[in-house]
Design a protein around this ligand. Structure first.
Ligand code: BEZ
Length: 190
């Protein structure tokens, strides 16, 4: 027979597991003037690690975060906007343009290929959400967990110079398509 203490321990353990899956550690959102954290993400394949701190070192770049690969708003508006502006951005010296999502590298790669991102926008995978959490941009919203299955990224766009965040626009509701769209965000940068 299971003792009361064992039962209590079991209930506590299951509560802890539930907490781990529903309550992420929260970090402060990255501020203008702060460096990108040195967190590894994946590009193309889980074996291809990219350091977020090094990616933008010595360069001007744009990073935009999306709630999910293949979701309608990200596929129809957010990603295409940056792909369309990529040539113009490069002509103006913004040579690193990257999209990041809490997805795996295979999904990000397939999504990029479907949208013609190759050579224009780098498709970065943050499968554990480690980078997204480190910059305080996890989409901590239970309604979204019901839709997307786990914690994802808020929708945002960030302008970076030599690894330092110089401008950041985060969608007020976390997923909308306004201030982080390429045309809207870049009008204040270019
Ligand atoms: C989107 O269409 O971008 C979207 C859909 C569901 C959840 C979050 C984003």
């Amino acid at each position: 027979m299971i003792s009361t203490t064992l039962l209590q321990k079991g209930v506590l353990a299951s509560l802890c597991i539930r907490m781990q899956h529903t309550t992420p550690m929260t970090s402060m959102q990255i501020q203008v003037g702060q460096c990108l954290p040195d967190v590894m993400v994946h590009e193309g394949d889980p074996g291809n690690g990219i350091s977020m701190a090094q990616l933008f070192r010595g360069k001007r770049g744009v990073l935009f975060g999306v709630p999910g690969a293949f979701t309608p708003g990200c596929s129809k508006s957010h990603l295409p906007g940056f792909i369309q502006m990529s040539e113009d951005l490069r002509a103006r010296g913004i040579c690193e343009i990257a999209c990041i999502s809490v997805n795996d590298a295979f999904v990000m790669s397939a999504w990029g290929k479907q949208n013609g991102a190759d050579g224009r926008v780098r498709m970065l995978a943050d499968p554990t959400g480690a980078f997204t959490q480190a910059v305080g941009l996890l989409l901590n919203n239970n309604q979204m967990v019901q839709v997307l299955g786990n914690f994802r990224s808020q929708r945002y766009a960030m302008y970076i110079e030599d690894g330092v965040c110089r401008k950041i626009s985060v969608e007020p509701d976390g997923t909308g398509l306004s201030c982080s769209l390429a045309q809207n965000f870049l009008s204040g940068v270019l």
